[in-house]
Design a protein around this ligand. Structure first.
Ligand code: 16G
Ligand code: ZN
Length: 533
């Protein structure tokens, strides 16, 4: 049975605040750091149980609140292949986190162990890490108490990025197998990425230095180490690296700031030069936004949609050049937030699927392609190569030198890309590879298509849960009648498109609108918001 005495003793050190309801949402648990102590303890216990359920495979736990303000924190679990926690367990996490006392927690655990049929005699192993938030260390201690309570073996991966933690989980679980993902260390991660990068850009001219806005977060440490491994193949200029300055994290900088304000962080204003390209990471380095200043010094944003267009088109070309276009099908996954112009550009070249917001939906849809490219407009994304595709690439006998080179590039891309989850640093190297191969600067990349003007507004409503959607969140089914009103408004705008969905992370409803002219996109967004309110 459960080690009740040890759980009881340790749980009492981590009482649940009485007035709070926790939810394991799209990004795990995420809220004010000051109320999360009991959640971390319980997540420790749950991670141990998840590992036991999966026959002792290593589970990951990441302590981060990503792009949120510094006073927030959060925690999410990572499944053995480095993917996000299976969704049925999200509900269990929520239930356990809300048990009001230690006794209730133990009762809930006992019921769960029985229902989920968990063999408690199995070993448990958990690897965990945190971002640079000052609230991280005490929360990690609470997590460690949870691991101790359930008798799980813990490995502390220290302060690192979310994608590195995902990498470690997969590397640990595939160690010594035919699918070995890489050495299970940060050294293994940097070596894998940079070796592939160096092969992919060899014989190409060295590009001008790349400016990186590190959001004053953990990406600063990681980018610094990456730079050492890159040597002179690509020079990185690191900015916003103040990881110990209170309040600096994500403050007026980082990928989320750039995407939502569509502005250059003012901290970069005197650093970036006309014609130069740069990029922003978010607080845990799993999102990436590029930008460049055109020759007139005008700021141009290159978001997740632009990255998807650049990367997907490149992979399609390589597959064709390799002579594999009959047997390897490349597809793209986007959400309703993808700019209509990006969807049009992509759909002319390959199949495009639209799914609901949230990484897990994109990831799962991308797994259905031989090569699945997915990016959210906010800069989170990656490329997945199916196991059959990896085998095909390994076994392929090219019949011309062109084919041979193209296959080699594809194989190197499978090593360069972190296939567990979106990874700002891996994605950044991927973008740099494509730019080098196409001899593109920011301007040429930006010109692949012209973004349709768009506007995103949030509306505070009495109850956002009455808003229900279908068709990948593009249409409302409830409140009844509202969608018809939206449709009739949209019909009045040239190139009009608009949709309404409840946020999964904030207590608001979001309204998105697009039109051919900026003022019309704004007007459409506000008129639809007026219907919702
Ligand atoms: C979460 C999601 C992100 C999504 C965002 C939407 C993960 C790991 N993160 O941050 O993918 O874009 O929520 O937020 O799935 P919203 O529901 O508030 O619009
Ligand atoms: Zn993030």
């Amino acid at each position: 049975g459960l080690p009740v005495a040890s759980i009881k003793e340790l749980s009492q050190k981590h009482p649940k605040p009485s007035d709070i309801k926790f939810t394991y949402g799209t990004a795990g648990f995420r809220t004010l750091a000051s109320v999360l102590d009991s959640v971390l303890f319980r997540v420790g216990v749950l991670a141990g149980l998840r590992s036991k359920k999966l026959d002792g495979k290593t589970i990951g736990v990441m302590v981060t609140a990503s792009h949120n303000p510094e006073h927030d924190n959060g925690v999410k679990l990572v499944d053995p292949r480095g993917e996000m926690l299976e969704s049925s367990w999200e509900t269990h996490a929520t239930t356990l986190s809300n048990a009001s006392s230690t006794d209730e927690f133990i009762t809930a655990l006992e019921a769960f162990v029985k229902d989920a049929n968990i063999d408690l005699s199995k070993p448990a192993s958990v690897v965990y890490a945190m971002d640079t938030r000052p609230s991280g260390p005490p929360l990690v201690s609470a997590l460690e108490d949870g691991l101790r309570a359930i008798g799980a073996e813990g490995r502390n991966a220290g302060v690192t990025t979310t994608p590195i933690l995902h990498y470690l989980v997969r590397a640990i679980n595939t160690k010594g197998t035919a699918e070995a993902y890489g050495d299970d260390s940060e050294h293994g991660y940097y070596t894998k990425l940079t070796n592939a990068f160096k092969k992919l850009v060899s014989a190409r001219p060295t590009p001008p230095p790349l400016l990186i806005d590190c959001a004053n977060g953990v990406g600063a440490n990681a980018a610094k180490r990456l730079a050492e491994y890159l040597g002179d193949t690509l020079s990185l200029v690191l900015e916003n690296t103040s990881i110990t300055t209170p309040g600096a994290l994500n403050n007026a900088c980082g990928a989320d700031f750039v995407k939502t304000s569509q502005k250059l962080p003012s901290s970069l204003a005197n650093i970036i030069k006309p014609g130069q390209r740069g990029c922003s990471l978010d607080g845990d380095a799993d999102r990436l936004m590029y930008f460049h200043l055109d020759d007139h010094g005008q700021f141009r944003m290159l978001d997740g949609d632009k990255i998807a267009a650049l990367v997907a088109a490149f992979i399609v070309e390589l597959v064709k050049a390799a002579g594999l276009d009959e047997s390897i099908k490349v597809g793209v996954v986007q959400t309703a937030y993808a700019n209509g112009a990006s969807t049009k550009y992509l759909a002319e070249r390959l199949p495009v699927k639209c799914v609901s917001t949230g990484v897990k939906h994109l990831h799962h849809a991308a797994e259905h392609y031989d090569v699945g490219v997915y990016f959210e407009a906010n800069g989170h994304g990656t490329v997945l190569f199916s196991p059959e595709t990896l085998a095909k690439l390994a076994d392929y006998q090219p019949s011309t030198p062109t084919q041979s080179t193209a296959v080699e590039h594809l194989v190197n891309l499978t090593q360069l890309i972190n296939q567990t989850v979106g990874d700002a640093l891996s994605d950044m190297l991927l973008v740099e590879v494509v730019l080098a191969h196409k001899a593109y600067g920011g301007l040429e990349w930006d010109s692949l298509y012209v973004d349709l003007p768009n506007r995103l507004v949030k509306v505070v409503v009495a109850d956002r849960h009455i808003f229900k959607t279908e068709d990948a969140e593009r249409r409302l089914t409830s409140p009844v009648g509202l969608q018809a009103k939206i449709d009739s408004l949209v019909g009045k705008y040239e190139g009009g498109r608009s949709f309404v969905r409840p946020s999964g992370t904030e207590d608001v409803v979001r309204v998105y609108a697009e039109a051919v002219v900026k003022s019309q996109a704004d007007e459409l967004a506000f008129r639809v918001a007026g219907l919702v309110y």
